[in-house]
Design a protein. Structure first.
Length: 248
C-alpha cells in the first residue's frame, strides 16, 4: 500500500466513478448504466451510515377471514427499512402474503401446517416443531418493452423499458434448516413445493456454479442453490453485478 500525501485525492479501485457529461459527447447505454450504478452506490453508502433496520411500518399480522391453519396468510403493512447492504426496502402499501409454501412434515403440529407456539417452559427453551422467520429483501423486476433503433438497415429489436425496484423473498438456510424466503417461491405453492421437495437437487451456493447452470423458465427447476446467510447472498449479488458489468 502506497503512502498518501496530504491534499491529494485518494484514488483506488473501489472509488466511485461518475460519467462526465458535456455537449457533443457520444453516450452509450453503458455510460448511462454506469452513472445509475454510481448513484445507487452513493445511496447505499447513506443507508449503511444510518444503519440496517426498520424505519417505520412493515408490521405483520394474521389476515382475518382469509388465513386458516392449513393455509396461513399474513398481512404485511407498508413501510420502509434498510438492508445491511444499505439498500432501501420500500413497501408502499399493505400486501397479503401466503405462507403455505411447504408441505406438512412429521414435525409439524398435528392438524395444521402452522400452529401457535407453545408457552415458554422453565429452563432452556426448545423450538420443537420449528420457528419460522419472515424476511424482506431487495429485488428488481423488468417491465415493458422499448424499441431499439435499427442502424444499417438492420431489424430493430426490443429491449426492457423499465426496471421496478421492489422487495421479494427467496430460499435461505437458517440454523441447518432450508426455509423459503420470498415473493417468487412463497407466492407459488408449486414452486415452493418443488424447491423443498425430494425431486429438487439442492446444492451449496456457488456463484460460478450458478452462472454455469442451464436455466429454463417454462418448468420447475431441477437444481437450486442454497445460501448460508443473507450476508453471503448480498455479497454474491454485488459480485454478479461486477461480472456482468452492472457494477464496477
Amino acid at each position: 500500500m502506497s503512502t498518501q500525501t496530504l491534499g491529494s485525492p485518494v484514488l483506488n479501485g473501489s472509488a466511485l466513478r461518475s460519467v462526465n457529461f458535456f455537449n457533443g459527447r457520444l453516450l452509450t447505454g453503458d455510460d448511462l448504466a454506469a452513472e445509475q450504478s454510481a448513484l445507487h452506490k452513493r445511496l447505499e453508502h447513506l443507508g449503511q451510515l444510518t444503519g440496517a433496520g426498520v424505519g417505520y411500518g412493515l408490521e405483520v399480522q394474521e389476515t382475518p377471514g382469509t388465513s386458516t391453519p392449513q393455509n396461513p396468510v399474513v398481512t404485511v403493512a407498508g413501510g420502509l427499512a434498510v438492508s445491511p447492504s444499505g439498500t432501501a426496502l420500500w413497501l408502499p402499501s399493505p400486501v397479503d402474503l401466503s405462507l403455505a409454501g411447504t408441505e406438512a412434515t412429521s414435525d409439524t403440529e398435528p392438524g395444521a401446517l402452522f400452529a401457535p407456539c407453545q408457552p415458554f417452559a422453565p429452563g432452556t427453551y426448545t423450538a420443537g416443531a420449528g420457528v419460522y422467520l419472515l424476511w424482506i429483501g431487495p429485488a428488481s423486476q423488468s417491465d415493458g418493452l422499448a424499441q431499439v433503433n435499427g442502424l444499417g438497415n438492420q431489424i430493430a429489436p426490443c429491449n426492457v423499458d423499465d426496471y421496478i425496484d421492489t422487495v421479494e423473498f427467496g430460499l435461505i438456510r437458517d440454523e441447518g434448516l432450508i426455509k423459503v424466503y420470498g415473493r417468487c417461491l412463497i407466492s407459488s405453492h408449486g414452486d415452493a413445493s418443488n424447491a423443498l421437495g425430494p425431486k429438487c437437487d439442492r446444492r451449496p451456493f456457488s456463484l460460478d456454479a450458478v452462472f454455469n447452470q442451464p436455466f429454463e423458465i417454462d418448468h420447475f427447476q431441477d437444481v437450486l442453490f442454497v445460501t448460508e446467510s443473507f450476508d453471503q447472498l448480498f455479497k454474491a449479488v454485488e459480485e454478479a453485478g461486477r461480472r456482468i458489468g452492472v457494477l464496477r
